[in-house]
Design a protein around this ligand. Structure first.
Ligand code: PLP
Length: 455
């Protein structure tokens, strides 16, 4: 029976397989064929069954090669209504950012070259002017992400010394990033003050010792303590740190530069407010409420930033040229007249309920499907990415019920489509929120829904 196994060359002559030779090379294609033949041989020896037809084996090889081809990132349509979905890549980028990244990535740039003197320059200075203009801070430094920013701050100022933090701000932000653990890692000793629900300035005052390295304030990004609560105002903490001669540090997480109330959301502390409060060092993410690239932005007082620039660890946390180019273009949008609406996060946030409803109705009408019931529903989206945890963002979605198929099966069929559509499966229906779907993808979305219902 094993005699009946087809030869490798037989596969390579098959047009469906031969097509991969040009894109993958013969070694990888032969490895896929060998893999299938080996699995077939083992199955035949084990179960003693017949060798499957050649056509089936060709399909198996093709399947392996197709999977290998899509092992990088696959673009998906986010119909979850979660705008900064960390698992789906957080903030989509503005065209202006993408254009700049393409231009700079395509060739050479003044990344570390001073055009005036012709001597070596610093990549960390490239965003200085824009960050000063957008946040009001004296100086800035940009690293790989906000977690890296916190690590650099602690490594520079707090190694072997004490960091005072309010007990109600000892956060874990997901992905295993826990403030107490990061503190321990950086060789700092954590000094928790206050109670879980109430922390006062005098708690910080009492904790000051000769060993105090810095006072840390952290944004409780992904949870909220309600009820009988008290926290220390940023300006008070900054003033106390100044009196004690140590830096005040604030981990803002989201890093919002605009007043979210103009989008009908609760007020969220802005970077400018933290700067105005006199906080020495403020860290935030580039790909959350800023709507840009993955980066950790530190803004604050010149002398403090200068010490971090001299830290050798910075070399391991640095950002690349395309990140700098994309961030610069994104920050530029905050300064131009109608720029903010061109940042996808704010374009999505600003979409009116009426416009979303109109799209949902058009989609519903365009998907006639006998065995399914499509309805326009009100939904509650989220900012995501650990930002505005308890704030629902009113939105409009499409609910699909296709009894007897259960919602999980439909959601899985939507994910199996290319591009995959990520939707929420509820008890009785699958809901696709339109706020996170760019309007120019509606036709594609309709095609995916039809395909998923047909499967
Ligand atoms: C999200 C967040 C971080 C981590 O930011 P990354 O850019 O993902 O590293 C740190 N602190 C707070 C408060 C956050 O919300």
């Amino acid at each position: 029976m094993l005699r009946d196994l087809p030869a490798v060359n037989g596969f390579l002559a098959e047009p469906r397989i031969a097509g991969f030779l040009a894109s993958f090379g013969s070694t990888a294609v032969k490895a896929a064929v060998d893999g299938v033949l080996e699995a077939t041989r083992r199955a035949a020896l084990g179960g003693g069954g017949a060798i499957p037809p050649f056509e089936t084996l060709v399909a198996a090889v093709e399947g392996r090669l197709l999977r290998a081809q899509t092992q990088g990132l696959i673009e998906v349509i986010n119909a979850t209504g979660i705008l900064l979905h960390t698992n789906l890549g957080r903030a989509p980028l503005a065209d202006e950012a993408l254009d700049a990244m393409r231009r700079i990535g395509h060739g050479y740039s003044n990344l570390e070259f001073d055009l005036d003197s012709g001597a070596r320059g610093s990549r960390y200075e490239r965003l200085g002017t824009l960050l000063r203009a957008t946040t009001g801070a004296d100086d800035s430094l940009v690293v790989n992400n906000c977690a890296a920013a916190i690590l650099l701050i602690l490594d520079t100022f707090a190694k072997g010394r004490e960091v005072v933090v309010a007990r109600n701000q000892l956060i874990e932000i997901g992905g295993g990033f826990r403030l107490p653990d990061v503190l321990a890692r950086s060789g700092a000793t954590l000094v928790e003050v206050g109670a879980t629900n109430r922390v006062y300035l005098r708690d910080f005052e009492r904790a000051l010792t000769a060993q105090t390295a810095l006072l840390l304030r952290s944004h409780p990004s992904n949870y909220r303590i309600d009820g009988f609560t008290a926290e220390v105002a940023g300006a008070d903490l900054a003033a106390l740190a100044r009196r004690a001669g140590v830096p005040s540090v604030e981990d803002l997480g989201g890093g919002v530069l605009v007043d979210l109330e103009t989008y009908g959301l609760p007020h969220e502390r802005t970077v400018q407010e933290a700067v105005a409060d006199g906080i020495d060092l403020i860290a935030f993410s580039g790909d959350k409420l800023l709507g840009g690239l993955q980066a950790g932005i530190i803004v604050g007082k010149r002398a403090r930033i200068a010490r971090m620039r001299a830290n050798p660890l910075l070399r391991a946390l640095r950002v690349d040229k395309t990140t700098i180019a994309g961030l610069a273009a994104t920050l530029q949008l905050y300064l131009s007249a109608d720029g903010i609406a061109r940042i996808p996060f704010y374009a999505m946030l600003g979409a009116s309920i009426a416009s979303l409803r109109e799209r949902a109705e058009r989609l519903c009408a365009s998907i006639e499907f006998p065995a399914a019931r499509l309805t326009v529903v009100e939904t509650a989206g989220r900012a995501g990415g650990g930002s505005l945890p308890v704030t629902a963002i009113p939105s409009i979605g499409l609910a699909i019920e296709a009894v007897p198929r259960n919602p999980n099966a439909i959601a899985a069929a939507l994910r199996a489509h290319r591009p995959p559509v990520i939707a929420r499966a509820l008890d009785r229906s699958v809901v696709l929120d339109l706020r996170t779907v760019p309007p120019d993808r509606d036709a594609e979305l309709a095609a995916s829904i039809r395909a998923a219902l047909t499967r």
